[in-house]
Ligand binder design. Structure first.
Ligand SMILES: Cc1cc2nc3c(=O)[nH]c(=O)nc-3n(C[C@H](O)[C@H](O)[C@H](O)COP(=O)(O)OP(=O)(O)OC[C@H]3O[C@@H](n4cnc5c(N)ncnc54)[C@H](O)[C@@H]3O)c2cc1C
Length: 99
């Protein structure tokens, strides 16, 4: 029987946990309190009390893209070393620029 695994939160940690569970043939079920995935990497135009901490428009990552990527899902080669938000949703990595 396939084991079911509860994953709490759909931030990066939760998403990686889901992926690892699937890789191992487990059946993950993720519980996210918010209405979107991404955790602090989900960008919002306006700060919102219920969203908690989040990236902001002027953010520049303090970890390089080579180390920040998933080992089996790297950023495209042309990705800048340090990513920054440019007033876009954080899922739109294609529009990030280098400082
Ligand atoms: C401004 C800022 C900049 C950062 N910059 C970097 C950086 O450059 N490089 C780097 O490596 N790290 C950076 N970090 C650190 C960042 O915390 C981690 O990179 C990573 O996002 C943490 O992911 P997480 O999934 O553990 O947590 P989160 O992203 O916080 O996700 C947790 C998720 O769990 C949900 N949740 C919480 N409690 C419950 C519950 N009881 N039930 C259901 N759902 C729940 C939340 O709603 C959220 O979606 C930064 C953090 C901040 C705040």
């Amino acid at each position: 029987m396939v084991k079911r695994v509860a994953v709490i939160g759909a931030g990066i940690s939760g998403l990686v946990s889901i992926k690892c569970c699937l890789d191992e043939g487990l059946s993950p079920v993720c519980f996210e309190q918010g209405d979107e995935i991404g955790g602090i990497w989900a960008y919002h135009d306006e700060p919102c009390e219920t969203n908690g901490a989040a990236i902001y428009e002027s953010l520049v990552t303090n970890t390089c893209s080579e180390m920040t990527c998933f080992s089996d899902f790297p950023f495209p080669e042309e990705t800048p070393v340090y990513l920054r938000t440019v007033g876009v949703k954080s899922t739109d990595w294609g529009t990030v620029e280098q400082e």
